[in-house]
Write a protein that binds this ligand. Sequence first.
Ligand code: PMP
Length: 399
Amino acid sequence: GAMFNKLTAMPADPILGLLTKYREDDHSQKVDLGVGVYKDESGHTPILSCVKKAEKFRLETESTKVYIGPTGSADFNRLMSELAFGAVHPAIIANRIRTVSTPGGTGALRVAADFIKRCNPNAVIWVSDPTWANHTGLFEAAGITVKTYPYYDYETKSLKFDEMKAALANVSSDDVVLLHACCHNPSGMDLSVPQWDEIITLTADKGFTPLIDMAYQGFGDGVDEDAYGVRKMAAAVNDMILCSSCSKNFGLYRERIGACTIIAKDATRADIAFSVLLYVIRCIYSMPPAHGAAIVETILGSDELKQEWLDELTVMRERINGNRTMLVNKLKEKGVQRNFDFIAQQKGMFSFLGITAAQVAELQEHYSVYMVDSSRISIAGIGTGNVDYLAESIAKVIS
Ligand code: PMP
């Protein structure tokens, strides 16, 4: 056969290409601000101590590897929905929430995409401009049209909030709007509490379905603080979808564990929607992997391990937020006139430096400082060991 001959190559993932170049670079002070994973001071992505303990416990107590079913683990699902919504959320009490375990946040989004397609084959999903690059491909793969609403203003380094509201006010009640719960990827620019309140009122008024992507719960201001919009939205609307990831906050990246939650008007409608969700899952991967879920449910189900997790999460969050302030201060110290204060005000793993693609290229070629062309930097790549060199290099390139 010659079927494959019709193919043309897809472009390589720019972030992975960057990583390869970085690894091959032998500059002694090279800096990697590309890939979006948490790193400690020494540039290592550690396994959390609570995870190690949970794994040890599972290894000793696990008695079967038999199929788990398309929903995944019931304990994991319950604990994840309590983590997202808080144990006493009215939607939990009204039994209108259904959660399934998924292969990562990506798996949750892909399941959500097929589910939306079954709700409305003509649905359009509205995503922020910009958004996580994979959002577009994931929804298009399910045959859903992706459109954007204004979000980040590259000029003023702030939210285009009025434009965002104006765009959402025109979204059809048959459509879906994707919002980031916290730590917006790639801009780091989150909605404030009053802005969430306005968006939630608008969503309830217009009747479109919100899909909230929560890939960084606990990386912004705290586990409960970061879920503000999720919790308030779920109380204000009939239908909603939540896609969660345990990759970052539990450091479980390669275990591929996340959750997809649907909230319906009442328990009866939730059961119907749930049956469709299970059907969609069976048609994609049948059942989720179990190991990551077992780790998370062991941690969240134990007061002691949960506290240890919260403490380790606080260390990660404070390091990221500390890096933000440290970089801003260093840039000032190196005599940079331009205002970078926005970096310290934004949240999560990323910010746009706001320099030109030519300056990004110069940083890479002459200083071995690596970031994607958009000048999005991964904040966790900064440390006390490289911040001086990094700030100096940026100062030289933008002066
Ligand atoms: N959503 C957003 C906004 C993300 O940044 C990511 C990870 N980079 C994900 C979802 C998916 O994460 P994962 O599939 O690794 O859990």
